[in-house]
Design a protein around this ligand. Structure first.
Ligand code: FES
Ligand code: FES
Length: 157
């Protein structure tokens, strides 16, 4: 039996019918047309499906769509509505990605971290992105780019 849920997706209220067993990742991609959360391991290991749920990173492959009812979802699409954020700009500057498959999850994890800790250390960045697997880069250009955002913010303060 379907259930009607309402979510705020990237600042827009969306109401839709879902099956009780529908996975949020699948609903985001296939029903709501949001493609930045990627289908990776589908068991919580890789972070490719990361979204912000009420401002906190979660793996959308581990959440039922019905559990998102009444909550606020932000994906990469929502983050960039007014242009690239400082963390995205820094990741670009540092050529942080190759294939880019991990990029949405990395950006959202970094965004959550910088929201709580505007000037994180390298170790704090490593910890924050530890749930996001990158097959391509060895992580260094990603970590350096995120640390650089914090350093810039520190100079401005
Ligand atoms: Fe969700 Fe890998 S697809 S953690
Ligand atoms: Fe390819 Fe990270 S850039 S997985």
């Amino acid at each position: 039996m379907t259930k009607r849920i309402t979510v705020t997706l990237n600042n827009e209220i969306r109401s839709l019918a879902v099956e009780p067993s529908d996975i949020l990742l699948d609903v985001l991609r296939e029903v709501l047309g949001v493609k930045s959360p990627k289908i990776g391991c589908e068991r919580g290991d890789c972070g490719a499906c990361t979204i912000l749920l009420d401002g906190k990173t979660v793996r959308s492959c581990l959440i039922l769509a019905v559990e998102a009812d009444g909550h606020e979802i932000t994906t990469l699409e929502g983050l960039s509505q007014s242009g690239l954020t400082p963390v995205q700009q820094s990741l670009l500057k540092y050529n942080s990605f190759q294939c880019g498959f991990c990029a949405p999850g990395m950006v959202l994890s970094a965004t959550e971290l910088l929201g709580k800790n505007p000037s994180p250390s390298k170790d704090e960045v490593k910890e924050a992105i530890s749930g996001n697997l990158c097959r391509c880069t060895g992580y260094e250009p990603i970590i350096d780019a995120i640390v650089a955002v914090g350093k810039k913010a520190g100079k401005r303060a």
